[in-house]
Design a protein around this ligand. Structure first.
Ligand code: BG6
Length: 476
């Protein structure tokens, strides 16, 4: 294949989230967020989904690896220099809401928090790295949960609006690419990270989502008022969904699951309207969402400029009872084991062609530029005594996904603008709170028990990715 596919201004880079790598969880006036009280370890997801954990730090019972993260807060200069050495064109990061408004409902912002992001953004710009900022990545301020009950409360719309206005006013002249809510569609399954609610009903989850759609559109409106050149995006997980067999019942089950998970939030944020299948779903399930004409008009008027999504794996739907014991769990969702796919060490199915299918599907449906804001392989790296890490498995994973991206661009005509592999520097896993689940091109000397000096080391994939970027994807 030739290189004619990737745009000249293609944004190669890497992605992170404040709560998973900044550390300094209580420094310089930062308040606690939902991430700060989410227990680390393999039981994290079951706990978060059951709601059976305290809304406070309990060090007797739990560990909290996010508290120190990888200390980007103090080491950002060194880390950004490494990103620059790889030739990053963009760096996706999030702003921690509670660094800016420690409780979420404060009258005045915390200047120390704002100053920290001034420095990070300026450091990136020094190397001509375009920041891509996620406004909310799994860290609603804890006070908004305790006092207001999380995102089903409409008061959060105004708090978010104020937070978004504050950071857009501060950084909106320097930063072009923004995203509102990370993986917003995980709210459908009731993810605490997204909704900031425990033990919620399905109706609560949809109410929380509605409030976030309004908040997202208000942020888009404000962004354009501040700087019309800003590009605002939405962000969902996309899971390419297969019907296990050609039984029409299976295909229908896949259709129902697919539209709710892969389309619903994008339909709202790109097209600006509740789709008819969702209205029918609400009616049949007796779900009543509190919305006003004014809110619906805001959602309609302020849609996003581009669609971003994370892609790690596909999923397979079956209605055959004999598949009940062949379930496999992945990134917030599960399905039936696909016999054609291998799995990662964490049981996530690896499916590069699924990425091309995702790109074709989303571009065909929405026709807006696409941004792959996360992709990658969580794997155990074993450095030798000199910290040499030959992560060929990671290179192989990324190579195969990039090859499919390229086909989507060259053969399918998809307008793909960016690719930011997840965890470009090792960081704390969102689903398990582990350090040992590593995605990075840069190794961080830190284990699950917190041992290690946090020194940074280039893996083999570091030089490989640098070459990919240098040749704009010609050398994959
Ligand atoms: C996405 C999240 O779901 O997947 C990230 O946006 C997360 O925050 C990433 O870290 C990888 O998942 P995990 O569980 O392996 O860290």
């Amino acid at each position: 294949m030739t290189n004619k596919g990737f745009r000249k201004d293609f944004l190669w880079g890497g992605a992170t989230a404040a709560n998973q790598f900044e550390g300094a969880y209580n420094e310089d006036g930062k308040g606690l967020t939902i991430a700060d009280i989410s227990p680390g370890g393999k039981l994290r997801m079951p706990l978060l989904f059951s709601g059976d954990f305290p809304l406070e730090i309990d060090r007797e019972k739990y560990i909290y690896p996010n508290h120190q993260g990888i200390d980007f807060y103090h080491r950002y200069k060194e880390d950004i220099a490494l990103f620059a050495e790889m030739g990053f064109k963009t760096f996706r990061m999030s702003i921690s809401w509670a660094r800016i408004f420690p409780n979420g409902d404060d009258q005045e912002p915390n200047e120390a928090g704002l100053a920290f992001y001034d420095q990070v953004i300026d450091e990136l710009l020094k190397y001509n790295i375009e920041p891509t900022i996620t406004i909310s990545h799994y860290e609603t301020p804890l006070h908004l949960v305790k006092e207001y009950g999380g995102w089903k409360n409409k008061k959060l719309i105004a708090f978010f609006e104020k937070y978004a206005r504050t950071i857009l006013e501060r950084y909106g002249k320097k930063v072009t690419y923004w995203m509102t809510f990370n993986e917003i569609n995980t709210a459908i399954m009731g993810s605490f990270f997204t909704t900031a609610m425990r033990n919620a009903t399905e109706a609560d989850n949809f109410q929380a989502l509605h409030n976030q759609f309004v908040a997202s559109s208000l942020a888009t409106k404000i962004a354009k008022e501040i700087n019309p050149a800003i590009k605002m995006g939405c962000m969902s997980i996309y899971a390419t969904m297969y019907a296990y067999d050609s039984n029409p019942g299976t295909v229908m089950a896949r259709e129902e699951k697919n539209r709710l998970f892969n389309y619903f939030c994008n339909d709202l944020q790109v097209r600006g309207e509740y789709p008819s299948y969702a209205l029918a779903y609400f009616e049949n399930k007796g779900i009543e969402i509190e919305w006003t004409e004014e809110e619906l008009a805001i959602i309609k008027a302020h849609t996003v400029d581009y669609l971003s999504f994370s892609y790690y794996m596909s999923t397979t739907v079956s209605i055959d009872p004999k598949h009940r014991d062949k379930q496999i769990q992945g990134n917030f969702f599960g399905g039936v084991k696909n016999p054609f796919l291998e799995v990662s060490e964490w049981g996530w199915e690896v499916d590069p062609v699924g990425l091309r299918l995702a790109l074709c599907d989303l571009y065909g449906r929405y026709g807006v530029p696409l941004y792959i804001s996360e992709n990658g392989l969580g794997a155990i790296d074993t450095p030798d005594e000199n910290f040499v890490i030959n992560d060929d498995y990671r290179i192989d994973y990324l190579k195969r996904h990039m090859a499919e991206m390229k086909k989507a661009v060259v053969l399918d005509g998809v307008d793909l603008i960016a690719y930011t592999p997840w965890g470009c520097i090792d960081l704390v896993s969102a689903s398990t709170g582990e350090m040992s689940k590593r995605y990075g091109f840069i190794y961080v000397d830190l284990d699950d028990q917190g041992n290690g000096d946090m020194s940074r080391h280039k893996k083999k994939s570091f030089d490989w990715y640098k070459e990919v970027i240098r040749t704009n994807g010609e050398e994959i």
